[in-house]
Each structure stands twice: as structure tokens, then as C-alpha cells.
Ligand binder design. Structure first.
Ligand code: NGQ
Ligand code: ZN
Length: 460
């Protein structure tokens, strides 16, 4: 692109809600210039249907995509839960090579784009080699994640992870050996990625202390401070309070609950994302919400792992921000995550339209807008809204889809999230470039072939 382009959509989800006949000007660097509603199409490039801001996937462990559907069998003991799934996951990752991870991640990134995600945040902790030693270049696995995201054309935020312990006061186990790099090495990987980001406008870099199980608050404080000294805007993500057992062990060893403990020891702010945060009490919910940190909800994975239900009503009442991630990738579409989030709340509270508000009564629209905006915040990506100055990361629906016939504005958002309409996401733009066109990615065959070869080898 050398010139400004003006796109025109019959409907667009703008910060104030759905608007009709919207012209969106995109600069050569992919930044949105002007946005005008009630504009004639004129010489603008017509989009194929309604347009929404691209969704950020704020929590991914890319390699886990390869085990989707492979951890669903009952064990002989019948003791199947998060912790037994984790053992299965450890066995699965023990053999993965950098080539495997790149092949898996590329296939994943294409699936995520088709699912309406324009950016992915990789919570990157599979960092050491098969023996648990650093690769010759300790950033090897991070480069592979980056290469895969680049091949797919999805925007990326990479968060190298700090992982030092096997649980509260426990040494790491055999299955955790590939996660354990010293803090200095993780900081070196972050620095190397940052240098790369200088010439990659779609790359952002932050850090991910794995959890209070895997790092002490002292280690966490020193690590977070070092990350922020080098980049005051760096996003920091941590898993917390996903399982009752984690909360119990934290209390037994420290006298505090995980989120309580995090808030007591760290200057948590809006550049933090607390992933899951499922088991918070009312005081933790209000206190964490007040920091401006984003709750990183992964509804499909949380359902798959039997985690519990996030205290969404209390969180929203306290003004808490949330975004969505696909975490283990048992789901890869943004609408599906929002639907699962809403349905878990409906099942729990015997109510409907939980994600909606007086200002935005359409559940699907409210959920999409909020998660896109706060997801971008958590990823430090300049996206999350169709507005001047934001990057043109856009999801375009198929205006000719029968399920959209006769549906306007808010009904479009609700159709996307709640109606069964396969193929509704048609085109996906990242930085003004169409990476999904009519449901397809230019490299999808090569990427799928490589993934299939990798899977056959892994499962042989
Ligand atoms: C992870 N996944 O880091 O992949 C975790 C499991 C852990 C989720 N928490 C490992 N969903 O938490 O120790
Ligand atoms: Zn996770």
C-alpha cells in the first residue's frame, strides 16, 4: 500500500456502538486515520459486510493446540482433574522440538485469525530443550513462535516466562524441567525480542511470571522491577487462583490467598493481566478490579479443565476490565469464547444478558467491545477499537450470509456471538492488510500440511 485507502462498511462497531454506512480511512502504515458514519461509499473500497474491531487473544500456550482432544479420556482411577491433565500435558511437551512448536504455532495462528483474533499473546514458558538445558540461543523457542505468527500474519505479543518452583515451597518436578531458566536468561530473551520489535511493528514484548506457585513474591518483585526498568510500559501477565487447591496451598504456606498475596506484594496496575482469577473472594475481586488490571478469562479452557466459574458479576460491578484468551486452544474462535463466558454466568446465576449493560444492551456487542478493548490493553497493542490512531485490525463479516439477512446493528453483534452461523467471519485485516480473504489464508495449505506431518510424527 502506498496510498491512503478508504474502506466502507454497511455497519461498523465503533466505540459508541453500531453505526451505519461507515467510512474508515487507513494510512499506508496500517493506522486508522478518519472514521465517519453515515458516509456514502463513493470511491471507497466496499467491505464484504459489517466490521468489528479485531479481537486480541490475550492468553496462549501455542504448543498445547497439538493436544486438543487428546486429554479427554477417563483414567483407570477416575481421578481426572486439572492436576492430572497437567501431568498429561507435561508428558506431551517433553518431546517437542523447535520445529514442532513452529509448525503447531503456525497452524494455530491461522485458526485464530479465522476465528476473529487479530493478535495473540503468547505466555511463553516452554523455553528449554528436551533435557531442560537452555538452547544455544536461549531465545530459540521464542523465535519459533515469532516466525509462526509472522508467517500467519497475526499481530503478536510475546511474554517470556519466569518459572522457578514446582509449587508453593516445592522443588520443580521432572515434567517442569523445560520451563526453568534463570531470571537473567529470561531477561536476556526479553531484551533480544525487544530489539527485534524495533523493526517489527506487529510485535510487542512483555513478561510472564508463571504463577505464585512457580515464583516466590520476592523473585516476582525483582523480576517485574527489572522488566519495568527496561520498559515501563511492558505488559506483565501471571496465572492466579485457577484452582481451589492452589488457593488452599497458598493460604497454608503463606497465610494469604493468591490474588490477595499478589496485591500485597506487587504494584499491580493496568499493564498487568491476571489470568483466570477464578477463585477470588469478594475483597480480592474488588481490590484487583480497582487496580485497572485486566482479568484474562479463558472460558473454553477453564470449562475443559474444570476450573470453576469466574466471579464476573462482582468483577463488573467493581468496574473490572476483562479480555479473552484461548489458552490451551480447545477453542479457537473469539465468539465461542464470549458465548462460553456468558453461558457459564447464565448457568450459575439463572439469568440472561449478563454481559450487557444499560449503555450497551446487546450482550454480544457489549462482550465483543469490552474484550477487544481490554485485550488490546493487556497485549500493549494499539488496537481494540475502530477509531483514529488505532491500527486497522478488523474483522469483516459476510454480509451475504443468510443468518445476517434483515439484521441490523446490535442484532449483528448478537448473531456473531449467539447464533449458529458457520462462516460468518469472512475477511480479517491486520494493520490494514487482508490476511484472511473469504475465509481462507494464502498459506493455509502449506501450513496445514506441515502441521499434519508434525502431528503424525508426534503421535506415531
Ligand atoms: C499452563 N495452564 O501454564 O499451561 C497452565 C497449566 C500450571 C492453565 N493454567 C500449568 N490453564 O498452571 O501449572
Ligand atoms: Zn495459561
Amino acid at each position: 500500500m502506498t496510498d491512503r485507502t478508504t474502506l466502507h462498511a454497511p455497519w461498523a462497531l465503533l466505540p459508541g456502538g453500531w453505526a451505519r454506512d461507515v467510512a474508515i480511512t487507513v494510512a499506508p502504515d496500517g493506522t486508522i486515520g478518519a472514521v465517519a458514519a453515515d458516509a456514502p461509499c463513493g470511491s471507497a473500497v466496499p467491505l464484504a459486510g459489517p466490521v468489528l474491531p479485531g479481537m486480541t487473544n490475550l492468553h496462549s500456550h501455542a504448543f498445547q493446540y497439538a493436544m486438543a482432544g487428546l486429554a479427554e479420556t477417563r483414567s483407570p482411577s477416575g481421578e481426572d482433574h486439572f492436576w492430572s491433565w497437567r501431568e498429561t500435558m507435561y508428558r506431551f511437551l517433553a518431546r517437542l522440538t523447535p520445529d514442532d512448536v513452529e509448525a503447531i504455532a503456525a497452524q494455530l495462528c491461522v485458526a485464530l485469525l479465522k476465528g476473529g483474533f487479530t493478535a495473540v499473546v503468547e505466555f511463553h514458558y516452554l523455553q528449554a530443550d528436551i533435557a531442560g538445558a537452555p538452547y544455544a540461543d536461549p531465545a530459540e523457542m521464542a523465535w519459533r513462535i515469532l516466525a509462526a505468527a509472522r508467517q500467519a500474519g497475526i499481530a503478536r505479543t510475546i511474554l517470556p516466562s519466569l518459572y522457578r518452583h514446582g509449587g508453593f515451597g516445592r522443588p520443580p518436578g521432572e515434567g517442569q524441567r523445560r520451563f526453568l531458566l534463570p531470571a537473567e536468561s529470561v531477561l536476556d530473551i526479553i531484551a533480544a525480542l525487544r530489539r527485534e520489535a524495533a523493526s517489527d511493528p506487529l510485535l510487542r514484548v512483555g513478561a510472564a511470571p508463571h504463577s505464585l506457585r512457580a515464583v516466590t513474591v520476592e523473585e516476582l518483585g525483582a523480576f517485574a522491577a527489572a522488566v519495568r526498568r527496561a520498559d515501563p510500559a511492558a505488559p506483565l501477565h501471571i496465572h492466579a487462583a485457577e484452582q481451589p487447591r492452589e488457593v488452599e496451598e497458598c493460604r497454608a504456606t503463606t497465610g494469604q490467598r493468591p490474588v490477595e498475596r499478589l496485591l500485597a506484594h506487587l504494584p499491580v496496575d493496568r499493564r498487568w493481566c491476571v489470568v483466570h482469577a477464578t477463585h477470588m473472594d469478594a475483597a480480592e475481586t474488588a481490590a484487583l478490579a480497582a487496580t485497572g488490571a485486566v482479568a484474562g478469562l479463558c472460558p473454553t479452557t477453564e470449562g475443559n479443565l474444570g476450573d470453576g466459574v469466574f466471579p464476573f458479576l462482582g468483577w463488573r460491578a467493581a468496574g473490572g476490565a476483562f479480555g479473552i484468551g484461548t489458552d490451551s486452544h480447545v477453542g479457537t474462535d473469539a465468539a465461542g469464547e464470549l458465548r462460553m463466558l456468558e453461558y457459564a454466568q447464565r448457568l450459575r446465576h439463572l439469568r440472561r444478558a449478563v454481559g450487557a449493560s444499560p449503555e450497551q444492551p446487546s450482550s454480544g456487542t457489549a462482550l465483543w467491545s469490552a474484550a477487544a478493548s481490554s485485550g488490546a490493553q493487556a497485549a500493549a497493542q494499539p488496537t481494540g477499537a475502530i477509531a483514529p490512531g488505532r491500527r486497522a485490525d478488523l474483522v469483516v463479516l459476510d454480509g451475504a450470509h443468510p443468518m445476517l439477512a434483515g439484521r441490523d446493528g446490535a442484532a449483528i453483534g448478537d448473531t456473531l456471538v449467539f447464533a449458529p452461523a458457520p462462516g460468518l467471519v469472512r475477511d480479517v485485516h491486520v494493520a490494514g492488510r487482508r490476511v484472511i480473504v473469504a475465509g481462507h489464508h494464502a498459506d493455509e495449505e502449506a501450513i496445514a500440511t506441515r502441521f499434519a506431518v508434525t502431528m503424525r510424527c508426534l503421535l506415531a
